[in-house]
Design a protein around this ligand. Structure first.
Ligand code: MSP
Length: 534
């Protein structure tokens, strides 16, 4: 802090903290569905919280394109693999843009910037001896493009656990990554850094498997016919798609301008691909001599109306369903449902229509929307649409300033722990406390007596101020509607700062008492109209 013309001010240009968040890069042979939208929305909300608090954020998503099934699907359609990948990557990009996801870059593994760096990393590993040539034989799951360890293959009765097709016995001459060499270092790292793999249940699973021993892994395959990245100086071998893909997190930022973002602070994945991210990836980084990511967070799965989503059941929450929810309830409502009801921890979550309506009506229409409408309506009605002065104090069970301060602290802590559900709950707690305050102090009754109007002013000022702070804390989840609310409360400067500078100043903005009495306040349409199925 410093002082200037007698005022205390925060030094705005202090070096911002960097924050790098990633999502998995998605296979281009599928159309985007709720799972892809979920992880990307989680990353978006985290990115927005960090931008709001002033951090220098880099948020990366993208597509994983070099799978053999991409080349097969393209051939069936008479297209080149790249043409097919272009179409489908385009669909992901359009979807993410339509859903207003705020990624800073979208990496496609078919891009030169990615391919060139992957070759350089593999060359480095060849030079250091961490990649070597050898013979491999094992059970191969063609749909997943991965080898299944012998004990797992037995457990699955030699069928793919994903699509039920028979595993095939395959032998090949491959390049291998010396994973075994890094077993101890990785185990120590995970033990010493409890946040490195989260949630805890997943961390324990990973540690258990590591303790069973890590064998070297094949990182190349033959017969890819030109689709994929060739091994340096050995064009018959193509770098295995998973190895190619994992590098995306580094290739995208491995430039002079962006390297300060590495290592990633949070890497979001689902439980299906945790092994690659918690074991193979950090060991490859160790072999390259690069710092490891701060957190690999593996959420669980969405299921649909109580059942696992699958092609055969045709019950995917697909793009059509997603767009329908957006048009019926608004984009912010979809984000709210995903963030508050989603499988962030270690249990799956059910995407159920009835639950969607319940959550929407209870939290958004009845709690937040209603609270905003009540406060602004009374200001319009009793104070001619101008924010009243804080008058004499009015007895209430609890001070709003301290409720708000506590919520801000809770949200900041929750964000650091990727506990988005807790963050939203704390923010909504402010809204609930406003409702309670209105019930206790009854401004609508006091307003009938002109002598009590100054007290009504105090109450409504406090409500507006608490609502303003709640709206800041909810903005990352509900950016569109909270910006509308800022318009109504005369707080458009937040929108400007977030749009122009790309970052806010949450702790300063969220200090109590910043709304200026006399500011015009308008009521507008309901932020979240009640949804009635009929
Ligand atoms: N291409 C690999 C990832 C490479 S990352 C270097 C891949 N792609 S994927 O298209 O199958 O996407 C998997 C990811 O999509 C999951 O990790 C998760 O983020 C998301 N989801 C896919 N289905 C999901 C659910 N049913 N529920 C929640 N998220 C899920 O694997």
């Amino acid at each position: 802090m410093g002082t200037k013309s007698g005022y205390t001010y925060w030094i705005m240009d202090k070096e911002p903290r960097k924050f790098y968040v990633t999502t998995p890069i998605y296979y281009v042979n599928d159309r985007p569905h709720i799972g892809h939208v979920y992880t990307t929305t989680l990353a978006d909300v985290l990115a927005r919280y960090h931008r709001l608090r002033g951090d220098d954020v880099f948020f990366l998503t993208g597509t994983d394109e070099h799978a053999a099934k991409v080349a097969d699907a393209a051939a069936e359609r008479g297209l080149t693999a790249l043409q097919w990948a272009d179409q489908n990557a385009g669909e992901f990009q359009q979807t993410f843009t339509r859903l207003q996801l705020s990624h800073d870059d979208f990496i496609r593994t078919s891009e030169d910037r990615h391919k060139q760096r992957v070759v350089a990393y593999i060359q480095q590993l060849l030079d250091s001896g961490d990649v070597y040539q050898g013979e491999y034989e094992g059970w191969y799951d063609a749909g997943q493009e991965e080898y299944v360890p012998e004990n797992k293959a037995q457990e699955y009765e030699f069928k793919s656990p994903v699509n039920g097709k028979a595993l095939v016995r395959r032998a090949e001459n491959n390049y291998f990554f010396r994973l075994s060499k890094y077993q101890d270092a990785l185990q120590q790292h995970i033990e010493a850094n409890p946040n490195f793999v989260e949630p805890d249940a997943r961390r324990n699973e990973v540690l258990g498997r590591i303790r069973e021993g890590l064998a070297d892994v094949p990182i190349s395959r033959t017969g890819a016919e030109g689709w994929g990245i060739a091994m340096p100086n050995d064009p018959d071998h193509t770098i295995y798609v998973w190895i190619d893909a994992l590098f995306n997190y580094l290739t995208t930022v491995d430039t002079d301008e962006r390297i300060q973002y590495w290592p990633a602070d949070v890497q979001l994945v689902a439980k299906d691909i945790l092994w690659f991210h918690a074991v193979i990836w950090p060991c490859m980084l160790m072999a390259l001599g690069r710092p490891l990511p701060g957190r690999v967070y593996a959420h669980s799965y969405w299921i649909s109306e109580g059942q696992k989503m699958s092609k055969s059941l045709g019950n995917f929450i697909d793009l059509e369903r997603i767009d329908q929810y957006v048009s019926d309830f608004g984009l912010d409502a979809l984000r709210y449902f995903l963030i508050t009801q989603g499988p962030l921890g270690s249990t799956d979550s059910d995407f159920a229509h009835a639950k969607y309506i319940d959550v929407y009506n209870a939290d958004l229409a009845n709690t937040l929307g209603n609270c905003a409408a009540r406060g602004t309506n009374m200001i319009v009605r009793y104070f001619d649409g101008k924010l009243p002065e804080r008058g004499p104090s009015v007895p209430a069970s609890r001070s709003h300033a301290s409720t708000a301060d506590e919520a801000v602290a809770t949200v900041l802590g929750a964000i650091d722990r990727v506990n988005l559900t807790q963050a939203v709950d704390a923010a909504l707690g402010i809204v609930r406390s406003i409702d309670l305050y209105i019930e206790q102090t009854q401004p609508f009754r006091l307003a009938k007596d002109p002598e009590q109007l100054p007290q009504v002013g105090t109450i409504l000022y406090n409500c507006a101020e608490a609502l303003r702070i709640a709206s800041l804390l909810l903005w990352p989840v509900l950016p569109d509607r909270m910006q509308q609310l800022w318009d109504r409360l005369g707080c458009t400067s937040y929108t400007q700062a977030l749009e122009n500078a790309g970052r806010g100043d949450l702790t300063r903005w969220a200090t109590w008492g910043q709304l200026q009495p006399g500011t015009p306040v308008s009521k507008g349409d309901p932020l979240f109209p009640r949804y009635d199925e009929s």
